[in-house]
Design a protein around this ligand. Structure first.
Ligand code: ADP
Length: 401
């Protein structure tokens, strides 16, 4: 069983007007209620994926939040100088939106009850409602608070800080934490041995959903932006391109995101036009048009250049040719992105699965196959919720071993 991203995300209206904690909790309970009666006794395990860096400071005895949650995209740049002074250069915590910046920002302004405070991520807190053991997270969610997944511990520079006592203990994603709390179990009719397992972040859960489980398999997300994730035997970190790695058992999930993608397409064409024009493209023909499609100025990966201007001219008379040129240019950026990961030392990409709104475009897939020189197909499952269910399965399998 799993978290339904859409339900939780789109309740949002404005950051401060919403009672996030209440809406997340009630959505979780509604989802439990949604499980058909005849299936409830068959639920062996539960896991949840949550938005990375969405942070909740709670009372460590009651689990009740001491502060409104810090949302994933909130920047606590007031804490940046302090965080930069303790963390290694270019560490992933050195961004205003990192979990560690949120913790330090809270620590610096909030006085009472510090002794009984604890930090949880969104997924951890929701899972706690189900298992009741406070202070557990997974190493994917913990990355942005500074956890070192290679050492499998918090680093000394973090442990020496007074607020390190707020940090949760860390397990691998999909590890059993405990049985479903009795009150929840009896209220909804789940079995006695239903186990609750650690989760992961939304984007990792979406990768897991595609079941790209061997090194060299990758997922390109063609949503508003172009994001790539490659399963690699080596860990790559390069803050210059925003490339960092999440641990996945004994492998690494190396990722980066370009500002190109569907947002530019939407600035020029409607989704209906995209579909109709694409049908007329001959994907075997190389387009002579060389663009760098960006929605606004600035690119981060595979070239970091905050001043890079969008290049979408010359525009031919034919819209089919124009779209062909744009799709092919985005495919070249994708190829360059995988090339960069290889140059940085990642496992060479062998096969690409596609997720996001652009995945349904068959002609684009053919263009990308030609430009990447690789097998490219649409991922069968792309919902993060499916990835969380696979983690729950992993946890259930550990219980029967
Ligand atoms: P996100 O979740 O990042 O907002 P989605 O995965 O929902 O994005 O995908 C939406 C994007 O898909 C839009 O930016 C749109 O331009 C693009 N898109 C929609 N239809 C097509 C199509 N037929 N071909 C290519 N791209 C498309």
């Amino acid at each position: 069983m799993l978290k339904e991203r859409g339900n939780i995300r789109y309740i949002r209206k404005s950051k401060d007007a919403i009672d996030w904690i209440h809406s997340w909790k009630s959505t979780l309970l509604l989802l439990l209620e949604d499980v058909p009666f005849h299936l409830r006794q068959l639920i062996a395990s539960i896991s949840i994926d949550g938005t990375s860096a969405t942070t909740i400071i709670i009372d460590s005895t009651t689990g009740e939040p001491l502060w409104r949650p810090f949302l994933y995209n909130e920047s606590c740049s007031d804490a940046l100088p302090k965080v930069k002074s303790i963390a290694p250069e270019n560490h992933t915590v050195c961004a205003g939106s990192s979990t560690l910046c949120k913790l330090v920002s809270w620590w610096n302004v909030y006085d009472p009850n510090k002794d009984s405070a604890a930090l949880l991520h969104q997924a951890d807190w929701l899972l706690w409602l189900l298992h009741g053991n406070l202070g557990v997270t997974d190493y994917n969610n913990a990355l942005k608070v500074g956890y070192d997944p290679e050492l499998d511990s918090y680093p000394p520079w973090l442990l020496s800080q007074p607020y390190s006592k707020l940090l949760p203990s860390v397990k691998a994603p999909g590890s059993p934490i405990g049985f479903l709390k009795e009150d929840v179990r009896t209220q909804y009719g789940f079995p006695k041995d239903c186990v609750v397992c650690t989760g992961t972040t939304d984007s990792i859960a979406a990768f897991l959903a595609a079941r790209a489980i061997q090194p060299g398999k990758a997922v390109t997300s063609l949503g508003s932006t172009l994001a790539i994730k490659l399963l690699s035997t080596s860990r790559i970190e390069d803050a210059r391109y925003g490339v960092y790695s999440h641990r996945l058992d004994d492998k690494w999930l190396v990722g980066g995101a370009s500002n190109t993608g569907g947002a530019v397409l939407r600035q020029i064409f409607t989704d209906e036009q995209l579909q109709n024009l694409s049908e007329q493209i001959n994907p075997m023909k190389t387009s002579p048009l060389d663009y760098y499609p960006l929605p606004t100025v600035g690119e981060r990966f595979p070239m970091a250049d905050p001043k890079m201007a969008p290049r979408l001219h010359p525009r031919p008379e034919s819209d089919v040719e124009y779209l062909h040129g744009i799709l092919e240019s985005i495919a070249r950026i994708e190829a360059k992105a995988y090339g960069l990961l290889k140059d940085l030392g990642a496992t060479q990409v062998e096969e690409v699965f596609t997720a996001g709104g652009g995945a349904k475009n068959v002609k684009w897939t053919k263009i990308r196959k030609r430009v990447l020189g690789l097998p490219v197909s649409r991922a069968i499952q792309t919902e993060a919720a499916y990835g969380a269910a696979l983690l729950a399965l992993k946890g259930a399998q550990q219980c029967v071993q």
